[in-house]
Design a protein around this ligand. Structure first.
Ligand code: HDE
Length: 737
């Protein structure tokens, strides 16, 4: 009798082809296995295979008569349509995904036996889904929110899901508070307002009563909540996990994703504008980057902490409101993730992927973080409703690349046709197949942590310090970043109607940093409330055991990696640059600038008063990518104003062109202009801030530059764009746009 031993290393290549790039393929029963449908050159038929002769007209009694119930073709089509929607994810409903690969740089056998972390030659297929948390499926990408960063590795030992966020900590310490947090942030239940926003009473009511959220609030109010692109976000596993090596030795680990394009954000005013101009901004950006071959890349980083060091730090490794500063435990970059293929079908792949924190592989295990532990229940449970039953693992995007053999059977939408009589173990009628796998042969064995404890509903005192890392984060920010946090808090609390909530929140902020609290209070027209006792920052009707806070001073004053000011700023790869032009533009300089920027990997678009073509000074036709009607400064990273006498006169008189420049100025972007085009800059609001006299190739003000489109000029422009933003420009703050 043939043995189908489920060896984890078996048939990898073939299985990858079969599952991840599935082609219609007949098994012996003539059934289609993982089925993809490409209609190219195919005839239309019904779901039972009946060729369709007319898909334009329903069957009627006479050509002006009633439609007949008999029309099974119409009924099949409409019935399917009626059921096209499935419940959206209760959180992280709005998302975008892509396929890619992961490759480790060198074997990590010292700390883990996970196969995909030990073979540098192996390209492990991945699917990544980025998301916002609070908004519905149709909400804007640019909401102020945490971003999900969920990575599935299709390994030869099964799927490993690293279901993380773009912030390294979380709002709450215990999973039992998650429904409360989400109820508070979601639209308010009476009027379903506001969509995809935390700036409302119920959210801040909850937060102001939960001091443990202080650290995460600092992150959520920082520009990290407004990424420029999914490709420019860090990712974090958040919880402490365990790695286990072949000898069974465990180490604690924090997972990081480090983007090779650096970590960059947009301004809040810009985010709000983008939400109107292009609510799909991040989705489009990811899609376009992959289509154009600018594949997004991250390095996997590990902070490895020997088990012996579990109690070495002034925070508890099991507390998900704490990060491990990189100064204490450096991040080792161990491999690279590259996203290189867009999904074929959003629903089938991005919508139906079912991540689960509990999808791990031998060599990786959990810690006792109480937030992590609760998540282990939630993810499978939610798919039962969302994907309609227990067989969601059989949906192509969820299948592992290794064949699955177990005794689970039946249920809604079962796809597998299991053979044989036995679906129980042990059995003698079926050779006792499928057989368990010994640990030595790759079978998964949970880490044998020793636990001696009482059953309690309590948190350890080591979880009571709620402010030291919130303070560390705030102190580590640059001046502009601090100002953005103050602005964000003033905005959010300004939208809160209940003054008692605002005041309570000021009490929390005061425990993080008094200067911060004072400035927010000023913006709200309030005074700081009298000091709150350090160990009890919520009203007495709460349960003190749950909410106690203690004040601890972090031994670290600042942590450089927490500020985006210290990120990578040496590339303009995939940055979007607008060239403002009109009839009569100087073609040579436009083309020189465009080719230099394109050579550096930027995406350049010509924006003009009307779509189609413009006629340059030398009568050359220049293709226009967008008119001022459809383009907007907030959709670009930098702007160049073309020269040419007539073009300059047109642009200087074109309100949309001036608005474009004013906005680029307001959002601190690089602005370059041909030296003919000074007249256009003079029509802008910021002309007042430019010097009266200037020469060719002159930096007029930080990030603003005129010149002759020479090599040097273009090189300087590239350098300016790579800076991302000139946030110092915000200081005068009198910037209409
Ligand atoms: Fe999730 N979370 N979560 N979460 N989460 C879901 O699972 C949940 C938490 C995260 O792109 C849901 O399939 C609980 C932390 C991401 O498909 C649900 C708790 C972190 C995604 C769920 C948390 C995350 C989810 C909704 C507290 C960062 C999107 C649909 C114990 C480390 C994955 C689904 C995707 C999705 C529950 C907290 C990340 C309901 C109970 C902390 C990136 O199962």
């Amino acid at each position: 009798m043939s043995k189908k031993k489920p060896s984890p290393k078996m048939g990898t290549e073939a299985a990858i082809d079969k599952q991840l790039a599935p082609q219609p393929e007949n098994d012996k029963t003539g059934q289609l296995a993982a089925h993809t449908a490409d209609a190219a050159d195919e005839q239309m038929n019904t779901n039972t295979g009946l060729p369709i002769n007319d898909d334009q007209n329903s069957l009627k009694a006479g050509d002006r008569g009633p439609t007949l119930l008999e029309d099974f073709i119409l009924r099949e089509k409409i019935t399917h349509f009626d059921h096209e929607r499935i419940p959206e994810r209760v959180v992280h409903a709005r998302g975008s995904g892509a396929h890619g690969v992961f490759q480790v740089y060198k074997p990590l056998s010292e700390v883990t036996k996970a196969g995909f972390l030990n073979d540098p030659k192996r390209e492990t297929p991945v699917f990544v889904r980025f998301s916002t948390v609070a908004g519905s499926r149709g909400s804007s990408d640019l909401a102020r929110d945490v971003r999900g960063f969920a990575v599935r590795f299709y390994t030869t030992e099964g799927n490993f899901d690293l279901v993380g966020n773009n912030m390294p900590v979380f709002f709450i310490q215990d999973a039992i508070k998650f429904p409360d947090l989400i109820h508070a942030v979601k639209p308010e239940p009476d009027n379903e307002i506001p969509q995809a926003a935390s700036a409302h009473d119920t959210f801040w009511d909850f937060i102001s009563l939960m001091p443990e959220s202080a650290h995460m609030i600092m992150w959520a109010m920082s520009d990290r909540a407004l990424p420029r692109s999914y490709r420019m976000m860090e990712g974090f596993g958040v919880h402490t996990f365990r790695l286990i090596n072949e000898a069974g030795k465990a180490s604690f680990v924090k997972f990081h994703w480090k983007p090779l394009l650096g970590v960059h954000s947009v301004a809040w005013d810009e985010a709000q504008n983008i939400s109107g101009k292009d609510p799909d901004f991040h989705r489009r950006d990811l899609w376009d980057a992959i289509e154009s071959g600018a594949f997004p890349e991250w390095e996997l980083g590990l902070q490895i902490i020997p088990e012996e060091d579990e109690f070495k730090y002034e925070f508890d490794l099991l507390d998900p409101t704490k990060l491990v500063p990189e100064e204490l435990v450096p991040v080792q970059r161990v491999g690279k993730l590259t996203l290189n293929r867009n999904p074929d079908n959003f629903f089938a792949e991005t919508e139906q992927i079912a991540f689960h924190l509990g999808h791990i592989v031998p060599g990786i295990d959990f810690s006792n973080d109480p937030l992590l532990q609760g998540r282990l229940f939630s993810y499978t449970d939610t798919q039962l409703t969302r994907l309609g039953g227990p067989n969601f693992q059989e949906i192509p995007i969820n299948r592992p690349i290794v064949p699955v053999y177990n005794n689970q059977r039946d249920g809604f939408m079962r796809q597998t046709i299991n053979k044989g009589k036995t679906s129980y173990s042990p059995n003698s009628l079926g050779n006792n197949d499928p057989q368990q796998v010994k640990e030595a042969d790759g079978g998964f064995v949970s880490y044998q942590e020793r636990i001696e404890a009482r059953k309690l509903r309590l948190r350890n005192k080591s979880f009571f310090d709620h402010f030291s890392q919130a303070r560390l984060f705030f102190n580590s920010q640059s001046e502009p970043e601090k100002n953005h946090i103050i602005d964000a808090l003033t905005f959010e609390l300004g939208k809160v109607k209940n003054v008692a909530i605002r005041e309570r929140m000021l009490g929390i902020l005061a425990q993080i940093d008094e200067g911060l609290a004072t400035q927010v209070a000023y913006g709200l027209g309030l005074h700081l409330p009298p000091d709150l006792p350090a160990n009890q920052s919520i009203p007495a009707d709460g349960n003190p055991a749950d909410y106690q806070s203690v004040q601890v001073e972090s031994t670290l004053a600042k942590s450089a990696p927490l500020s985006m000011a210290n990120t990578i700023k040496d590339t303009i790869k995939s940055r979007k640059v607008a060239i403002l032009a009109a009839d009569g533009a100087n073609a040579a300089s436009v083309s020189a600038i465009k080719s230099k920027l394109t050579a550096e990997g930027a995406l350049v678009e010509i924006i003009a008063p009307r779509a189609g073509f413009l006629i340059a000074e030398n009568d050359e036709q220049i293709a226009v990518d967008q008119s001022f009607l459809t383009a907007a400064s907030v959709l670009f990273d930098a702007v160049y104003v073309a020269g040419g006498t007539n073009a300059v006169a047109t642009l200087a008189a074109e309100a949309n062109a001036i608005h474009f420049l004013n906005e680029a100025f307001k959002h601190c972007k690089a602005i370059a202009a041909h030296d003919d085009a000074m007249q256009v800059l003079e029509a802008s609001y910021f002309s007042k801030k430019l010097p009266a006299d200037y020469n060719e190739n002159t930096v007029l003000s930080e990030g603003i530059f005129v010149g002759d489109a020479s090599e040097n000029f273009a090189a300087l422009f590239v350098k300016m764009i790579a800076q991302h933003r000139f946030w110092e420009r915000e200081k005068p703050r009198l910037i209409p746009a």
